[in-house]
Design a protein around this ligand. Sequence first.
Ligand code: KIV
Ligand code: NA
Length: 279
Amino acid sequence: MRHTLSTLRKTLAGGRKLAMLTCYDASFARLMDAAGVDTLLVGDSLGMVVQGHDSTLPVTVDDIAYHTACIARGAPRAFLVADMPFGSYHEDAAQAMRNAVTLMKAGAQMVKLEGGAEIAPIVKQYVLAGIPVCAHVGLLPQHVNAVGGFRVQGRDAASAERILADAQALDAAGAAMVLIEGVPEDVGRRVAESVGAITIGIGASGACDGQVLVMHDMLGMTDRPARFVKDFTRELAPGEGNLIERAFRAYAEEVGAGRFPAAEHVYAATGDAAAAYGG
Ligand code: KIV
Ligand code: NA
């Protein structure tokens, strides 16, 4: 039986946190599913890790739909989330609805969109149409040109308060999930503690209801990984079974039990070491 929002909530009520990974094809989806990864995200990170671009901006709705259909065929159990790519919900309500519907028809159970309180009307529109929403706050990779790089957000009081207000506005608009990326640990924790939605952290806080990593990062395939990345292929004891599936299983277990992220994977509120996202 495939996970739904209510079975994800049951998992949380049972004292397990939620493990999410990005996924782009059926073979990895099958291994993640078998390893107990609760939810798979077709992230627009595919623009970087699959297509080889240096940002997520070139990714299209058709790209995400294609990869969503691929992972839906591979994973019988995991909850499936698909990213709304750059510019796919900013023209008008009709464009926003048409593109989200395309991803749901491809097999997504939820769409994820980057933005703050200003996109609350789109969240409401989706929820009214029966499209569950994951809001994405904090570091927004689709804003890389506006920000001038991938930089930890919420490092001063004003920006931290804005992220908190954004998360609360999106929660109030009906987002069932809020993903928090690239913020100091205390900002991530405050978001996790102040919204009713399921919270998923990446470079945020262990206080979130769950965690997500980009698959290629947690398999150790990335050149200069960010602080929040752990290579789960490193500590595998000799043993039976496919190495990649065992790395996924270790991830699902460490996230589920609240052992990942550790202190070394989160950002401090102050200090130069926390300023740059990568490295
Ligand atoms: O595209 C992506 O991979 C994401 C991350 C937050 C995991 O959105
Ligand atoms: Na994304």
